[in-house]
Design a binder for this molecule. Structure first.
Ligand SMILES: Nc1ncnc2c1ncn2[C@@H]1O[C@H](COP(=O)(O)OP(=O)(O)O)[C@@H](O)[C@H]1O
Ligand SMILES: [Mg+2]
Length: 218
């Protein structure tokens, strides 16, 4: 599904990603470990088509992201990739409902009633049934991440990218969120690429890649 080949990226004169390649199959779960500054977030942004590599290629179902212009990349992301972040990136003044809707509101290939159906269903799947009208402000960190997970899956993307999704959570809540990923992976058959510092979390994915100074360790 995803093939990453020979990616290289420098910021100014500093090489941040060196010769990185890996693959993720359909429905596969992969973790990336590595110290702070090793290039994990940059690599996720390149996989998502948010940052262009200096060389190398990302193939997504055989389509090279190098061949897409900015507008096509935005559409590619909207249809194919869900995002989950350490700091949730929710809109605090909006309700749970509206934050989940943010994942799909520009999608005109999904009818409005189907969008509503998915929002209700996902709120149930992440354990927030009946709470769609609550505002984000009042939620705990774990609940916020549940909303973000629902948002990431609303478009039924084949790939979800998660950048340290449990980094702001205590260990018990982190475990609950990982259990939720596992349940949702079974249900939605989505591939997950999860960046984490936590060896226990990495061990729950099918494959673990380790980055050091911009390179994958083998
Ligand atoms: N937009 C940018 N401009 C310049 N340097 C950057 C930029 N983004 C990341 N870096 C640098 O690239 C390196 C890798 O960063 P990052 O991918 O965020 O690592 P990680 O997520 O593993 O902590 C760091 O040295 C960071 O300072
Ligand atoms: Mg990072």
């Amino acid at each position: 599904m995803l093939q990453v080949t020979q990616i290289q990226k420098s910021f100014f004169d500093k090489e941040v990603i060196h010769n990185v390649g890996f693959e993720i199959g359909q429905k596969e779960t992969v973790s990336i470990m590595g110290k702070s500054g090793s290039g994990k977030s940059t690599l996720l942004s390149i996989v998502a088509g948010l940052i262009r590599p200096d060389s190398g290629e990302i193939l997504f179902d055989g389509q090279s992201l190098n061949e897409l212009d900015e507008e096509e990349l935005a559409s590619f992301r909207l249809h194919n990739i869900g995002f989950i972040f350490q700091d949730f990136k929710l809109i605090p003044s909006l309700t749970i409902h509206d934050n989940i809707l943010l994942g799909i509101y520009p999608r005109n290939d999904i009818a409005d009633d189907e969008k509503e159906r998915r929002i209700v269903q996902l709120s149930e799947e992440v354990g927030l049934a009946g709470r769609l009208d609550e505002s984000i402000d009042t939620l705990s960190g774990g609940e916020k991440q549940r909303v973000a997970i629902a948002r990431s899956l609303a478009g039924h993307p084949p790939l979800v990218l998660a950048d340290e999704p449990t980094g702001n959570l205590d260990s018990k809540t982190a475990e609950e969120i990982m259990a939720l990923f596992s349940q949702l992976h079974d249900k939605h058959q989505t591939s997950f690429l999860i960046v984490t510092h936590d060896r226990d979390i990495a061990s729950q994915t099918q494959h673990t890649l380790t980055m050091k100074d911009g390179e994958l360790q083998s």
